[in-house]
Write a protein that binds this ligand. Structure first.
Ligand SMILES: [Zn+2]
Length: 385
């Protein structure tokens, strides 16, 4: 067991380099001792440097440590663990002990898992039921413990002692180590912990979520709380500034914006309809009975509804193609007194230009890839009518 892990801020050390083993583009610096935490027990590995060179990985084999670096090193290794990452992860890990231990102890809900992400941490607890007021109560209770500044003791118990406190643990290591918080928590753990609860600064329980096994409870504490809060605040601040509203009235600002968008959409739809009505009237007032057109400024839905309205209102036959980027939509239709078989004409166009679709003698339509030749074809067909 690495005794340096008993002291959370022991982030510097100088040790003899026993070997420098090359592997591909890297070197493994072998030492008998290290201040770097090796990933395990749910705690990520430490980052930092040896003789100023970044340590990219660290593994422990047969009680010796191998540090992965990009340059060959010899003599002594001056190790420097990055302090900020050490503090943050140890705070989060220790807070998990406190929160889970307290919930185990007082609410008899077992720990299923705990996890850490960039901006948020959490634990999954075997609760049958959980709600906002219980979350607030637990938040207050764990923060009361932080105020009391209970110590977190690291102990090396005998197997018998450990069994007494942690009867459910496997206890299959040669040397046993436990983290103890008063009578709240006794946990077999090889990780690094803060020496007492005041180093957690503060714990904020954020939200909860039902899972198949219980409830996930999300929290932030210490440095993660400050960083996440600061980040979220600056996001809110930019949003508020962009919207030209005080931060506390952001929600009302967004609702107002939504209402304005809806109003504009309604107004847009009404103007669109006016334009379509004017187009229909213009087509309807033309002298010729059979009309051939390519239309470029309408979406397919508006185009087809305009075609239907046109032949419903005026005595016309139409052979129209609507062009949108590399696609097109063809409508062939007529009103009651104009007589031709729209479906047969469409079939002819569809066959020549590989269009999909169909219809009946009064109206047929379909779409496919656009070709400028389609309008020429429609004009040829119209001439024959
Ligand atoms: Zn631990």
């Amino acid at each position: 067991m690495n005794k340096h892990y008993d002291h959370w801020l022991e982030c510097e050390g100088t040790f003899d380099i026993l070997a420098c083993i090359p592997e591909e583009d890297y070197f493994w610096i072998k030492t008998a001792d290290t201040v770097f935490y090796v990933e395990g027990g749910g705690m990520a590995k430490d980052t930092g440097t040896i003789n100023g060179i970044e340590v990219e990985d660290i593994v422990c084999k047969d009680g010796e440590y191998y540090h992965k670096v990009k340059e060959a090193l010899e003599g002594v290794a001056h190790m420097q663990v990055e302090v900020a990452q050490r503090i943050e992860k140890v705070q989060i890990h220790s807070a998990s002990h406190l929160i889970c231990g307290h919930i185990n102890h007082k609410y008899h809900a077992r720990t299923i898992a705990f996890f850490t992400h960039e901006d948020i941490s959490g634990c999954e607890m075997e609760f049958d039921q959980f709600d906002e007021s219980l979350m607030r109560q637990i938040e207050k209770e764990v923060n009361d413990y932080v105020m009391m500044d209970l110590p977190i003791d690291i102990v090396y118990p005998t197997k018998e002692e450990a069994q007494k406190h942690a009867p459910e643990e496997k206890l299959d290591h040669d040397e046993l180590r436990a983290a103890v918080i008063g009578d709240i928590d006794y946990n077999m753990c090889g990780c690094i912990h803060v020496p007492s609860l005041r180093y957690l600064q503060s714990i904020k329980l954020l939200s909860f979520e039902k899972t198949t096994r219980g409830y996930k409870i999300y929290f932030v504490c210490g440095e993660q709380l400050l960083r996440t809060y600061g980040h979220q605040l600056s996001v809110l601040d930019s949003c508020a500034r962009d919207l030209g509203t005080p931060q506390s009235e952001l929600l009302q600002g967004i609702m107002k914006l939504r209402a304005e968008i809806k109003q504009l959409k309604d107004s847009e739809a009404s103007w669109k309809q006016k334009v379509i009505d004017a187009k229909i009237q213009e087509y309807g007032s033309r002298e010729e009975t059979i009309l051939c057109e390519e239309i470029d400024d309408l979406d397919v839905k508006t185009f087809t509804s305009m075609c239907s309205a046109l032949v419903r209102t005026y005595e016309k036959g139409i052979l129209f193609v609507c062009h949108q980027e590399d696609r097109c939509h063809v409508v062939i239709a007529h009103s009651a007194k104009v007589d031709f078989k729209a479906n047969e004409l469409f079939k002819e166009v569809a066959a020549e230009f590989s269009l999909r679709g169909g219809g009946n003698p009064a109206m047929a339509q379909g779409g496919g890839e656009y070709s400028a030749e389609i309008l020429t074809k429609l004009k040829e067909l119209a001439k024959k009518l």
